[in-house]
Design a protein around this ligand. Structure first.
Ligand code: ADP
Ligand code: MG
Length: 973
């Protein structure tokens, strides 16, 4: 039933897509007609179109109205550029492109805010020129987001020639552009740059800039994101963070690392012992030889086997990547038995037995969910801080203190403070320990990270690229540093952070392009509200996508791959081999070497040569090994004569967790109607199959185990692989959504604070804002004292008066608020007036002083500007300081709530709730702090006879005319 519905939905979805494409083709026809008309114009007349369009937009036309004409103009310019030398990436290249009709379709789609799915080599770079030009005509900020600096530069030079021809300005935003030059870059009509450059500039503008001149961005109108899946999906899991050294260090990795190492070793030894024992039994029973059938075992042997298997099961829970276990699982019979055992142990009726078995481990690792847990045995053998695993029950402890007669109130308070500190210390120890275990048990060297020049560098799990500069959050990075015995970096504190998702939501209009977005269409729609539009290819795709070859073991799989490589290489065809990890690309490289196959490796460790290597990958005889191709952004052109040989052959060494990444790899072959082929190899030892394929498969395999070295062919397998992939995609989507849901909570607060901060930076006269803050503070202060006039202690005007004078250096006469006729509102108004008047007096006094000093040193007096700047920097400093503290508490809150999952509470709800409370607290603190600061700043007056004389003179004689004028705005009304 569900299948049927999906099918139906797809059909509707499909027709919608085709209808839209058909409609766009009709617009293309109009564009082409218009482009023909424009042919007769002189270059200058064509150029003048830009001014004409701008004018029409000013007079009420919309970009929609101008689309046909603007696109026709761009197409016409392309035609006129043909044969022109364009300087790109260091050498001259002749312009040879006029947009194809399908490119116009993509360009229309992007104008209407879609993601254009266009295959590799279809020419997305040129396609984007049209919507960019059209939107830039509005004069509003128009950005093209690329995956790396190299492409930003290349595309801006290459496509920028169109914009320049038409009189628009283009700029590139690369990492090496110094901060003070960025403002000028952003002024350009169209800016090319990477997502992180744009994102970090946003964060800097809103958290580091202390004057509006230091801010470089000028808004967010239209952005096209190239390789959009790579940016909005793959990169979206780690937020952008600006951080600096933390004022207080809470990390204890140095001290805790040894006891964790020791525990991990205990576990590893224990599991090795169990695995060896099991193997001996299996050997004795001849079960490791492939022909023996277990049904022939005697009863005693059967029992012995049972024990051995249970040991192995335990090993899989303790050290899932144990070598012996891996070898044994190659045997389909035994694998099936182990899987059956897994099911057995999870049955409710076997819970006791499971718990008893697991109690023999120190740590239980849940590979599938990327989690682990210490057992009682583990805790018993723990040699580190004894409090690492026991938390204090603060409520209980407080109650005991409160009931005691032994302490004075003062002492009780002191005790509670001590307890709270002890509690937070324990939480920190426990957090550090958790991260260390995580580093040991779940993070793998050369898979999740590499060690490079004494540093831990993250590898992006999807693109296989090194991400220098980025760090795992939450202390995990430090924990890995401890594990690998490299220098542990100082703890840092977050100054500002945002997810890419939330950065891109700032744009009024967003579009994207990529070869692969269809599989993630739903997510893109849900989160960014953008549709994916599949654009037909210019020429029919000729690539032969061969069926997957599936093997029992990795060994057999690699043998088969090599066999095929040798055959295809002999014909001279270029081959591109995609691998999942750096480790595998290196392993494959060794195998290739041993077979004397010359090849080039492109992996995370050598990203700089990327473009060169990719460019050469289509030449005759070339063999290129690469970690995932997603987001690499360069297409592979075939060398001379290669098409005749059959074009580029693509080999996938495993199915990736995401179908999208597989499609990316495939798409490198068969561009623009070129011949080509692709094939994926899979083994049952691949992590995808090991972790996510169903048990049913194993059962099938038992029946169909082919002779060593032969591929298994069963159509059901292809479907199972896809199901496994879909399952993981879903899981990863959930993770990303989760990150976003947490950031969304923050986002509301961030937007509020940033807009407040911007108001401070951009408001010329800050006195009204300051007064407003003082008023609000006076009102908040009154709250506890005026609850109910009729109740005892419900109306305390004198207490309020006292509170005011403790916060502000003002005198308020006794009983100023005590009259029975005064309402709370009236009281608050009187208080606010008193305070703001005092504030204005203070500003006038200080300004006067500054003015006199300026006059004396012969300067034109401008005391007001100086006062404004002082107040501005006071406000900014206060906001920043408290916001950073707030971010730190939020970080801690996140860790805390994630530990609370045990208590069956929804961490997100908890987080929302408490983050809101924290933000309230933050706002109050900022208002109070600012209120204090507004009264406590003072201009330092030099101890100078002459100055003193001048001051007293002014007091007697009144202001000299220049000063009088300058202080006029502050005069008492
Ligand atoms: P994509 O990003 O879609 O993979 P690119 O924008 O990198 O593709 O373009 C691939 C190649 O196709 C480039 O070498 C480009 O010069 C060429 N190309 C794109 N559009 C055209 C066109 N209309 N006519 C001729 N060549 C084109
Ligand atoms: Mg591209």
């Amino acid at each position: 039933m569900i299948v049927k519905m999906l099918h139906l939905l797809k059909k509707i979805f499909g027709t919608q897509q085709t209808r839209l494409v058909a409609r766009y083709f009709r617009i293309v026809k109009k564009i082409n007609e218009k482009a023909e008309e424009l042919k007769t114009l002189t270059d200058d007349e064509l150029r003048a179109k830009t001014t004409e369009f701008k004018e029409r937009l000013k007079n009420g036309a919309t970009t929609d109205d101008l689309l046909v004409e603007a696109y026709a103009v761009v197409k016409n310019v392309c035609r006129r550029l043909i044969g022109t030398d364009i300087h790109v990436s260091g050498y001259n290249q002749k312009w040879d492109m006029v947009p194809y009709d399908v490119q116009l379709v993509g360009a229309i789609g992007m104008h209407y805010g879609a993601i254009a799915e266009m295959q590799t080599g279809e020419g997305k770079t040129l396609t984007s020129a049209m919507p960019l030009y059209l939107h830039a005509l509005t004069g509003k900020p128009t950005h093209l987001v690329t995956v790396n600096d190299y492409l930003a530069k290349r595309d801006a030079e290459w496509i920028g020639s169109i914009f320049k021809w038409l009189g628009l300005t283009v700029a590139v935003l690369t990492n090496d552009i110094p901060l003070e030059k960025r403002r000028a870059q952003y002024l350009a009509d169209i800016v090319y740059g990477t997502a992180s450059e744009f994102g970090f500039d946003y964060l800097r503008d809103n958290s580091m800039a202390t004057t509006k001149e230091q801010q470089c961005q000028r808004g967010y109108y239209f952005a096209i994101i190239d390789e959009v899946d790579s940016i909005l999906i793959d990169e979206a899991r780690t937020p952008l963070i600006i951080s600096g050294p933390s004022s207080v260090s809470r990390q204890m990795y140095d001290v805790l690392k040894d006891p964790v190492n020791e525990m991990v070793k205990l576990q590893r030894d224990e599991c090795n012992k169990l695995a060896s024992e099991a193997r001996r039994v299996l050997e004795k029973l001849h079960l490791l030889e492939e022909t023996t059938e277990s049904s022939k075992l005697s009863k005693e042997d059967g029992i012995e086997l049972e024990h051995a298997l249970k040991k192995l099961w335990l090993v899989s829970k303790g050290t899932p990547i144990n070598k012996i276990l891996k070898r044994i699982r190659e045997n389909p019979d035994l694998r099936a038995k182990l899987d059956a055992l897994e099911t057995y142990f999870w049955g409710d009726q076997n819970k006791e037995e499971r718990l008893e078995a697991l109690a023999k481990l120190y740590i239980i690792v849940d590979e599938r969910n990327n989690e682990y847990e210490l057992t009682d045995l583990g805790i018993k053998h723990w040699k580190g801080d004894p409090h690492a695993f026991t938390m204090l029950d603060l409520g209980y402890e407080y109650a005991i203190i409160d009931q005691s007669d032994l302490f004075t109130d003062e002492e009780k308070m002191q005790k509670k403070v001590e307890l709270r500190e002890a509690d937070s210390h324990r939480k920190e120890v426990s957090h550090n320990v958790r991260q260390l275990f995580r580093a040991h048990l779940l993070m793998e060297k050369d898979v999740d990270y590499i060690v490079q020049e004494g540093k831990i560098v993250i590898i992006d799990e999807n693109t296989g690229r090194a991400q220098p500069g980025r760090r795992f959050s939450d202390g995990l990075h430090q924990a890995i540093e401890a594990k690998e015995s490299v220098a542990i970096q100082k703890e840092t504190q977050t100054y500002a952070t945002i997810t890419l998702q939330n950065y891109f939501r700032l744009y009024a209009r967003l579009a994207g392009m990529t070869g692969t977005a269809m599989t993630e269409a739903q997510e893109l729609k849900e989160i960014y509200k953008i549709d994916v539009l599949e654009i037909p290819t210019n020429k029919k795709c000729q690539r032969a996508d061969l069926n997957d070859e599936i093997y029992m073991t990795e060994r057999e799989k690699y043998n088969a791959i090599i066999k095929e490589l040798v055959e295809i290489h002999a014909k001279g065809r270029p081959i591109l081999i995609g691998t999942e990890t750096v480790e595998i690309s290196e392993k494959l490289s060794r195998i290739l070497k041993s077979h004397n196959l010359p090849h080039t490796v492109l992996n995370a460790k050598q990203n700089d040569k990327e473009a060169e290597i990719v460019a050469a990958a289509g030449q005759k005889d070339a063999i290129t090994v690469s970690t995932n191709m997603a987001g690499r952004g360069t297409d592979i052109k075939l060398g001379e004569g290669v098409a005749a040989l059959g074009g580029l052959h693509v080999v996938g060494t495993s199915r990736h967790q995401s179908r999208r990444i597989d499609r990316q790899l495939r798409g490198r072959s068969g561009r623009q109607g070129d011949p080509g082929s692709s094939k994926f190899y899979v083994s049952f030892e691949d992590s995808l199959m090991r972790l996510f394929a169903s048990n049913k498969l194993t059962t099938i395999l038992q029946k169909f185990r082919p002779p060593e070295g032969e591929a298994i062919s069963a159509p059901i397998l292809n479907r199972s692989i896809e199901t496994a992939q879909k399952r993981i995609e879903q899981r990863n989507y959930t993770i990303r959504k989760h990150t976003l849901e947490f950031d969304d909570v923050m986002n509301k607060h961030r937007t509020e604070v940033y807009s407040f901060r911007n108001e401070i930076l951009h408001t010329e006269n800050l006195l009204p804002l300051s007064e407003e803050i003082l008023e609000t503070f006076c009102n908040t202060l009154s709250e506890p004292y005026f609850q109910n006039r009729l109740e005892e202690n419900g109306w305390l005007p004198e207490e309020y008066r006292k509170a005011l004078i403790t916060h502000f250096p003002v005198t308020i006469e006794e009983n100023a608020f005590s009259s029975e006729h005064l309402t709370l509102e009236e009281i608050e108004t009187i208080a606010a007036n008193l305070i703001t008047t005092a504030f204005k007096d203070k500003v006038r006094r200080e300004a006067e002083m500054v003015g006199i000093m300026q006059l004396m040193s012969g300067k034109e007096p401008n005391p007001l500007i100086i006062m404004q700047n002082i107040i501005r920097s006071l406000l900014i400093q206060s906001v920043d300081k408290h916001w950073q503290e707030h971010l730190l508490s939020i970080d801690h809150l996140r860790t805390e709530v994630s530990m609370r999952t045990v208590a069956q509470k929804d961490p997100l709800m908890e987080f929302k709730h408490e983050a809101f409370a924290l933000f309230e607290k933050f706002s109050k603190k900022v208002r109070q702090d600012i209120s204090h600061l507004l009264f406590s700043f003072g201009i330092a007056i030099p101890d100078n006879q002459e100055l003193k004389k001048a001051i007293s003179q002014v007091r007697i004689m009144g202001y000299p005319p220049a000063l009088k004028l300058a202080l006029a705005p502050l005069a008492n009304k």
